[in-house]
Design a protein around this ligand. Structure first.
Ligand code: GDP
Length: 300
């Protein structure tokens, strides 16, 4: 966790430090406040949240009068935390539940890191002594199932797959059926990320969910979003959120971007908490999202 925190800090510090620098400048005039707002927008905080943060800070700086660097840091910390909402429930429902496996569906556009996240999450659970079955329901690309198998053998979780072109829902069903039979704690289903039509996507994900519910229940639908894709990624994420009832967001590739402000925007836009963050390509590079740790990493 300490290592992950350091990595997060490295990528986000640019943003936090320039904000602190701007806020500590001698003259906080309209132009300076505008620059502060621009810095927030550049970090993908989003226009609405950036305006709110600046308005909040402006008022408090005015009321407080004096502005020592410590004070400025504390005010900014509080404003950022308000936007991220530390009170949101960010637990991932991975079971175990009595008499049935927990089922986690992983959804999102191709290339965002779905398969990698599935593998990393399995690694965390197996490391915790849980049994995990992986379902390769992205049947449109054989490479996706191969990639999941690599992860499965790496972390010690069996993978249920079928031939390319098979019905994704039937693979999900098989995976959950195996989980029930073997009394597995958690089944993680990696789904296809084709963005064809919204109705197509809804039908497909809806069917996976319905079929899984014949055997167990879908406890968590994690939407994977690539932090480096900004507005475009957010737009695509919205299509998924409309197609399926998303319960949590996994924000990946935060290690490679100073645009961590996307966390604020994605929660606001989709109304769903960020639960996990991806901080690298390795098996241990997945961390639970914690608002305070995140803000402290930003502010250095
Ligand atoms: P999928 O198509 O959504 O299943 O995406 P993949 O899991 O295949 O990931 C796409 C690429 O992103 C791969 O090269 C992954 O190694 C990489 N990737 C996934 N998560 C992260 C992350 O948190 N950080 C970084 N740097 N790369 C990641």
């Amino acid at each position: 966790l300490v290592r992950l925190r350091a990595r997060l800090a490295r990528s986000q510090n640019v943003f936090g430090q320039s904000l602190l620098g701007l806020l500590s400048s001698d003259r906080l005039d309209d132009e300076a406040w505008e620059e502060i707002e621009d810095t927030l927008i550049t970090a993908d905080v989003g226009v609405t949240s950036a305006a709110q943060i600046v308005a909040g800070l402006r008022t408090r700086v005015k009321v407080l009068g004096t502005r020592t660097p410590e004070e400025v840091r504390r005010l900014l910390r509080e404003e950022l935390l308000t936007q991220i909402d530390p009170a949101l429930d960010r637990t991932v429902a991975t079971g175990p539940f009595p008499g049935r496996p927990a089922v986690v569906m992983v959804v999102g556009v191709n290339g965002t890191g779905k398969t990698t996240t599935t593998g990393k999450l399995a690694r965390v659970l197996v490391g915790d002594g849980r049994s995990v079955v992986l379902g390769a329901a992205d049947t449109f690309r054989a490479a996706a199932a191969d990639q999941l198998e690599t992860w499965g053998s790496r972390v010690g979780a069996p993978v249920v797959r079928r031939d390319e072109g098979a019905d994704p829902a039937s693979v999900a069903f098989d995976a959950v059926a195996r989980g029930v039979e073997e009394k597995t704690d958690t089944v993680i289903v990696d789904t296809a990320g084709r963005l064809h039509t919204k109705t197509g996507l809804m039908d497909e994900l809806g069917k996976v969910k319905r079929v899984v519910e014949k055997k167990s229940q879908v406890d968590e639908v994690l939407l994977v979003l690539d932090a480096t894709t900004g507005q475009n990624g957010l737009r695509q994420a919205r299509v998924f959120a409309e197609a399926v009832n998303v319960s949590g967001i996994v924000l990946t590739k935060l290690d490679g971007t100073a645009k961590g402000g996307i966390i604020i925007q994605v929660q606001r836009e989709l109304g769903v908490p960020v639960k996990l963050v991806g901080l690298g390509e390795g098996p241990d590079d997945l961390a639970p999202f914690d608002a305070e740790t995140f803000v402290d990493a930003i502010l250095g």
